[in-house]
Design a protein around this ligand. Sequence first.
Ligand code: UD1
Ligand code: M6R
Length: 682
Amino acid sequence: MCGIFAYLSYFVEKDRRYVTDTLLKGLSRLEYRGYDSAGIAIDGDGETETVIIKEVGKVSALRAKVDGSELSWDKKYSVQTSISHTRWATHGQPSPINAHPHRSDDVNEFTIVHNGIITNYKELRTLLTNKGYSFESETDTEIVAKLLKYVFDSQRGQHISFPDLAKAVIKELEGAFAFLFKSVHFPGEVVAARRGSPLLIGIKAVDNQTADFVNVEEIVNAVAASSINEDKNPAYAKRAQSRSFARPDGSSQPLEYFLASDPSAIIEHTQRVLYLEDDDMAHITNKGDLHIYRLRRDDGLSSIRSIKTLEMELAAIMKGNFPHFMLKEIYEQPESVVNTIRGRVDFNKHTVVLGGLRNYLASIRRCRRIVFTACGTSFNSCLATRAIFEELTEIPVSVELSSEFLDRKSPIFRDDVCVFVSQSGETADTILALRYCLERGALCVGITNTVGSSISRETHCGVHINAGPEIGVASTKAYTSQYLALVMMALQLGEDRISMTERRREIINGLRELPNLVKEVLALDSSIKDLSQTLYQQKSMLVLSRGFQSATCLEGALKIKELSYIHCEGIMAGELKHGPLALIDEHIPIVIIMTMDAYYPKVQSALQQVRARKGDPIVICNTDDTNIDDAVVKTIRIPHTVDCLQGILSIIPLQLLSYHMATLNGVDVDFPRNLAKSVTVE
Ligand code: UD1
Ligand code: M6R
């Protein structure tokens, strides 16, 4: 998914090499989001010049192009603004022309980067074409650069401020965006705006204590008239209150800003960040002052944006000694499950307290039903925990794919509780489903891994799963932590049911053992790697089970297909006779998950049906299962735990298997083709 990064410096000398290095490093931190091309726009040699460099492929390819350019590297700036972008193609093929930054004209008067989609770009493109503009790219974004120039030129010499201009342009746009605008007409200034796509501002000042919040100014000024902009009413114009990071004595201090789509690109420069809300527009002036305005005069949002201290460590987002983020994240699971549980479970009293839900328990318990909504792996975590949720709470639970739920426009009522599960907290389909449910008055609960994400902020309450940053596109540790968070939510909701006391004790005791059991499963890695040698050249595979393990089949199959590019289907064993049995022969590789729970006899019968048709499955079973003869059947033996937690252990061999099959197939596991970590478009 597209990534935005900008570097602005004031009253501190920086040379061009430093600026480009900072941009390229920022972009490389965003690589995990998935992208196909990248570009930068920096100040040129003259005050009114902007240089754009773009390239297809990885940030390293862009670096090579920057290094090979004619730029003079001894250029020094006392004030400079530079913007950059990684693009994930939506409108138009990956190509240098379609990459961002986009520009208004061939002398780069306005340069912009964009994350999101402008849905009315065709109409605007036609309008601008009729006014004599020609377009060089196939993107929706380029119309915004052209529109900036069009509105600016239509002022015919009258002064218009950069934020007024930006607001007039944004008013014409439909869709979702995070934008950064830069212009030779406003040297030293940058305008940033968001609606639907994340954007945050890192602030690095010598004296960082000068402010811990920024006022939101209601409106910029009366927006200057243009033939496109109809908003000529200055009645509600309010005098701007500047938020300056000047020293207390008023003198200017060296100041740097880092704007980005997510904190991983900022954290190495500063921990002080400000998250923009939807419809916020930030303006950084040529004096380094930061102003925040609203693009809409609505809502009861706070009138300040606080500057927070990020607690994320850069080390946490580096690979450590692992060859890939994915493997590192699989191996982090003994710690990540502890982090999800930490401070929330009392193992002596056998109670669970999720701080984020405490004030909402009564409302949730009163609800008519619970609707889980999510995509991909997050959806599978909902499926994995539905049974225990219903068992412990006696509230009916339905599980919805966000996109399907929206397509269906499913009825939602005030007495429904809707739970939105998302690692990133930025998945567009899930955010749209959330907004749909908010409009209908349902209580909305988030389960996310990303503090400050859209879902975390827009839900009424929720649970942060605290799994730490997940960078590999394939979700692994977030799955096991989402699973745990949902089980803990069910435990907390069901705490008033006396009849369930024993069951809750059993599960809470199981939680205590879990981290060690995860370690035991990870110790199987080398035998799973050997197994992957026999499978990685296959064209198709099946993963089969039922009951508590149904979701593990779907999640395991998703991992295998997204990473190994091998067709793989998760099959509910109860459905075998209703069709899939026709696929079984001695050739097709099959994994059967047969752990010791109430469904064991039924899965055993599926195993027999498969073997009767010459199938030779690999069986994931418990270490204490004596019914299976390892001399006859290939097994992966995992420790036994409580039925509803077993899926946390049984998914790990499939995560490892998919990882090894992918590496044997030469796949870039952290960035599988055509996929992005954070899917911020519908
Ligand atoms: C919180 C603190 C944690 C601290 C603990 C001490 C945060 C982010 N967490 O954790 O650092 O150690 O108290 O008691 O400051 N929320 C949503 N939607 C979501 C996720 C969360 O609205 O999708 C809300 C929750 O309702 C809550 C807040 O965000 O109001 C923090 O949630 P969470 O981090 O899960 O709370 P605690 O575990 O209590
Ligand atoms: O960030 P989210 O949890 O909302 O993402 C949802 C899916 O895009 C995600 O789980 C995806 O399926 C995984 N990359 C699969 O490994």
